[in-house]
Design a protein around this ligand. Structure first.
Ligand code: HEC
Length: 127
């Protein structure tokens, strides 16, 4: 499948970026930097339903899981019945496969709680 071919090189790239981590300096907030390093490879935040590896995350906080128009979610995500409250997002981002078994986000989870909080604060600005 075409999307599988697209996803794998990006995982390798995301891993390189993730290990670069805090080396991203500049005036961005810690959350924006962490998002840039670990999420932006797959997620746009412009609020437009453009094709990317993952759904656009504009307005994700408070949104029903699997509801971004125009994005082809996995059945697992579409039928998860979750609402992305800050608490639910934290649980998901710490361990995506545990919270939505069978979802197709190829991301192992954010295990550093400071970083997780920072990414969450950043997601809350996307509205
Ligand atoms: C290698 C690609 C990739 C990376 C890296 C990645 N994601 Fe995802 N993400 C996806 C895909 C693909 C989905 C769709 C999952 C599905 O449909 O099962 C997704 C789904 C999501 C969802 C659910 C959105 C919705 O509309 O229900 C959230 C929230 C999310 N990702 C946040 C993040 C955050 C925050 C990061 C960084 C910490 C991140 N993702 C890193 C690919 C990725």
């Amino acid at each position: 499948m075409a999307c599988v071919l697209k996803v794998f090189p990006r995982i390798a790239f995301a891993a390189v970026l993730a290990s670069a981590g805090p080396a991203f300096a500049g005036s961005m907030s810690a959350g924006a930097q962490a998002f840039q390093a670990q999420c932006s490879i797959c997620h746009r935040t412009a609020g437009k339903a453009q094709a990317a590896v993952g759904p656009d995350l504009f307005g994700v906080v408070g949104r029903k899981a699997g509801s971004q128009q125009g994005y082809a979610y996995s059945a697992a995500m579409k039928h998860s019945g979750l609402i992305w409250t800050p608490d639910e997002l934290k649980l998901y981002l710490a361990n995506p496969q545990k919270v939505v078994p069978g979802n197709k986000m190829p991301f192992p989870g954010l295990h550093d709680s400071t970083r997780l909080d920072a990414v969450l604060s950043y997601l809350e600005t996307l509205k």
